[in-house]
Design a protein around this ligand. Sequence first.
Ligand SMILES: NC(=O)c1ccc[n+]([C@@H]2O[C@H](COP(=O)([O-])OP(=O)(O)OC[C@H]3O[C@@H](n4cnc5c(N)ncnc54)[C@H](O)[C@@H]3O)[C@@H](O)[C@H]2O)c1
Length: 418
Amino acid sequence: MTNQLRKPIRLGIVGAGRGKSYMGVSDSTGFKLVAICDTWEEKLEQVGRELNVATYVEYDQFLSHDLDAVVLCNYFHQHAPFAEKALLAGKHVMSECAACHTLAEGVSLARTVEQSGKVYMFAENYPYSAYNQEMRRLYQSGLIGEFKYGEGEYVHPDLAEVKLARSCGWNHWRNWIPATYYCTHSIAPVMYITDTRPVKVNAFVVPYDYDDPTQTKHVKRSDTSAIIMCRMNNDAVLKSLHGALRGHGNYVRIHGNKGLMENCRHGDKSRLRIWQEPWENDKQEKAEVVYKPNFTVAGDLARRTGHGGGDFFTSYYFAQAIHRQEQPYLDVYRGIDMSIVGILAWRSVLQDSMPITVPDFRQETVRQKYENDNWSPDPDRTDSNKPPSSILGNIEPTQTAKDLARNIWTNQGFDMDS
Ligand SMILES: NC(=O)c1ccc[n+]([C@@H]2O[C@H](COP(=O)([O-])OP(=O)(O)OC[C@H]3O[C@@H](n4cnc5c(N)ncnc54)[C@H](O)[C@@H]3O)[C@@H](O)[C@H]2O)c1
């Protein structure tokens, strides 16, 4: 049955910031948006009026609305407990990154998904750009042989003013999350293309830069960017780079033992470049091919959405999983795999980049070792062994940054006492 002939899946969305991207594609992917939830009342009411849907400030009340599925776009470090509550209330869940903020949360989330029998999808959108989908297709056709080395990059610098506007509040997660944690946009495409998972990490950070005004005019207390080296489960090596270095862009490069594929760094970056050694290529004059791949399904709808079409495909595959009553490709285990790399990478950084094993939470015997591992730099947690947010220790924002932040947040209608 096509999505058009099916009864729409009643959807609720938490978070009226990023959540708006999911609201925009709900109709075209087989959902009917019926309720939204946000603690920021002014923003909530405005979006609720625009879309004519029920609004809730309280998450528990929101869950009692007649919903089949929930999309979580609340704060980065608070998804796992929200996901568990929804699953136990009988809702299917799609969660924004990260899937979990601690290893203990990862353990508990994996167990709850299994216990609930509901669909859980990790909403990583970067694998679903046209060039990443094409690289997966080509990789599976055997074109470049077995995966040996890969790179994933998500580099996103911005003016301090722009960054402040999206991180309202001193303890907003974007202002203290260590540089390694936001790693799923760079790791997910490589895992998706090659069907591998990380088993070990060594990580490095480029420290906070006291000479960079995009940092010193901001109230963020963490480092500039992170480089995470992963050993994958087929022995390949992945280099993941993300953060606020100059040179905005998303790049993926996959070396196999028969060739290379990558998206282009010059001109239209959604073009794909494939290289095979002339002495190994049957048609020797075609060692290098560059072209712009297209989507194989739903291209017309996907092209209208953000993140290279990725914002369409997460909802599309979530709906498909619900209809088929089976877990999607980006299931809870893959979501946890890529999210805990960021946590373990921070441990590695703080121990002179030593290698750290990435546990596989598909196995209950492995989970038991981590079920009380609540290690977190969250300033709102009271644990005693709290790690710092920067490799340089505690960074105190400048007075200029604090004044600028107050101005920008006030203009946004953010209540600093909340
Ligand atoms: N995949 C992507 O391309 C992409 C892009 C942007 C953001 N994100 C992710 O989306 C999430 C949200 O990010 P954002 O940019 O909207 O910024 P954000 O994290 O500031 O926004 C979260 C929203 O959730 C609301 N919220 C917080 N606690 C809540 C609670 N207890 N109940 C109800 N609502 C609550 C906040 O008021 C806010 O409106 C983050 O996890 C971020 O990593 C992903």
